[in-house]
Design a protein around this ligand. Sequence first.
Ligand code: NYM
Length: 214
Amino acid sequence: MGRGRLILIEGLDRTGKTTQTSILTDRLKPNAQLIKFPDRSTTIGKLINQYLTDKNFNLPNQSVHLLFSANRWEVAENIKETLLNGTNVILDRYVYSGIAYSAAKDVDGMDLQWCLNPDKGLLKPDLTLFLTNESNDDAERDGFGEERYENVQFQKKVKKQFYAAFTEFETPNSNTLKLVDVTNKSIEEVSEEIWKLVQPILSNKEENQEFSFF
Ligand code: NYM
C-alpha cells in the first residue's frame, strides 16, 4: 500500500475552498482526513482567531506570521503519520496562504523568502489547487468583510502574492500546481473539475513514495 496523498486547496477568501475541501474529503471517505488552517481550536489557533476577529487586538505583523506558521507545525507530525498510514490528507489553506497574506502587507523585510522561512521543512503537497474567481462576486458573498483582510483592495494584493509565491516555490512543469477558475460556476461544476484533477494523483500511488518538503 502506498502512502496517502497530500492535496491542498488554496484561494482567496470566499472562493469556496471550505465547501470544496469538504466535498472532496467526503468523496474519498473513509480514506481521507480534512485539515483546515488556521486550526482555531489550539492555543495558538485561539490567538489567531482573536487577531482575525477583533480589530482592536493588535500584534506585530511578524508575530502574526510566526503564529500562523506555528499553527501548521502543531499538526505537522499528525499529517505525516496519517499519510504513512495510507490515508489521504486534504488541506484547506496551508503554506501559500501564510506567504501570500503576509507578503501582501508590504512590510519592510517581509518578502517572500522571509515569509517562507518558518515553514521550511513542512511537507509539500502532492497537488495544490488554486481556486480563482475573476468576478467580484466573492466580495458579495455573505459575511465578507467581517474579518481582518476581507476587503477587495487587500485581496487583490494577496492574489498577486499567491502567484509570486507559486512562481518562486513551485517547480515549473512539475504538475503539482493547477489553477481552477470558479468564476460563474456552480458548486457541482467546480467539484467535478477538482475530482478530475485529483484522480490521476490518487491512481499513481505506487510511484512517488518520497515526500517533498518546503
Ligand atoms: N491566513 C490563513 C493567513 O493570513 N495566514 C495563514 O497562514 C493562513 C493559513 O487567515 N483571511 C488568513 C487568510 C484568511 C484568514 O482563514 C482565515 P479562513 O480560511 O477564512 O478561516
